[in-house]
Design a protein around this ligand. Sequence first.
Ligand code: GDP
Ligand code: IMO
Ligand code: MG
Length: 434
Amino acid sequence: MSNVIVLGAQWGDEGKGKVVDLLAERFDIVARYQGGHNAGHTVFIGDRKFVLKLIPSGVLRPGVTAVIGNGVVIDLAALLQEMDALKAAGFDVTGQLRISNRAHVIFPFHRLVEKMSEARENRIPIGTTQRGIGPCYEDKTGRRGIRVADLFDPEAFRALYDTLAEDKRTLAETFKLHEPIDYAQIRHQTEQYAAQIRPLVCDTAKLLNGAIAQGKRVLFEGAQGTMLDVDHGTYPFVTSSSATAGGASTGTGVPPTKISGVIGVSKAYITRVGSGPFPTESDGAAGDLLRREGNEFGAVTGRPRRCGWFDVPLLGYTAMVNGFDTLMITKLDVLDQLEEIPVCVRYRLSGAETCEMPATYRALEAVEPVYETLPGWRCSTRGIDRFEKLPDRAKAYLRFLEERTGVEIGGVSTGPERNETIIRSGSRMERLLA
Ligand code: GDP
Ligand code: IMO
Ligand code: MG
């Protein structure tokens, strides 16, 4: 049995799409377990670029089944659009894609609710992706949400929909939002979309567990990152789902006893999109350089990503809550030109030094990073595919991160393309993927 989770160890955009696409050829199924089209997972095949949002990144590997699990929230229009775009690019995914009958549905009025909560006086704006993700999860946990299976029971759907729509109408009126929303038209459109996806819908927990029982291998693809997890992240500056390893079980119905390992994906530095605390943020020239060299602009919203230095306490914390077996360090090549590279090794908080992650965003805003500085290697690592071929100082940098975080670095990404990757021989990562 070798079913593996690949997830983000920082604040998202670590390069999960690249890693999942690369590893998918060794698996039978790739399953997304949370989030929605707030995700933007970039995959390069040669110089062709694909940005996967709702559809698992493994779908670009012929023969790999791509599952959208019950923990995902689905905007049907966005899903159909993504499928159409892939088809136009030569990837008809209908034969590969399976959608959980228990996943929740995002409606256009969820975006309205989101606008309201982001703009209201005295509310903390999170800087969300404005995709209606949070409000859909609110309806899910509020036990008034609508699931994919409900779409195929016309009477029940209409009753559920009308009640939900009435709630949103009342909210909009109360908060004086005068956006014209045609609730009846949305219902009609949803029924049409539902008919289009129907052949792809099934009990994906049954599909996944059945496949595992037959000895097939599943790769679980996380979206967002651990520090955006609704429980373990920098609350309230988080997304609304469980991006951590535990989410792979709740979001697919595959029990933890059937999952054999967790791969954390982390940049060789760190970025964040949206608001919230960010101890190692470098908003000066160094941050600009990272943004330029790393092309750090949101894959979904195009927003410039905030950039900063590798944060050891943060990685130690995300390793703890996920139980990382091994790390894939991405974008090492982005650091190629730096003379020196600061790494945050501890936090200073209220006069004391600590490696712990504080529970409140206020405390995390107050921490002062303590840095150690390593020499840069000042030559190109782009495309290097064996650890031994890396410049000595790049090896030393990686060994430093490995030693300080206490987690093996089993893989290194040295460019956006599939083959620009190192999997270290003799590593735990190699064994997990064997
Ligand atoms: P994800 O959301 O975790 O899948 O990451 P994104 O796709 O949002 O952002 C990662 C970006 O970095 C994408 O543009 C990738 O093509 C790119 N990328 C991934 N790995 C590497 C790498 O090792 N080097 C460089 N230069 N770019 C990379
Ligand atoms: P991938 O999968 C980076 C951030 C948003 C915002 C917060 C909440 O590509 O790594 P939401 O719309 O989810 O309610 O926004 O989470 N965010 C991401 N940041 N990568 C992502 O996905 C993200 N998905 C959401 O910027 O701060
Ligand atoms: Mg992304």
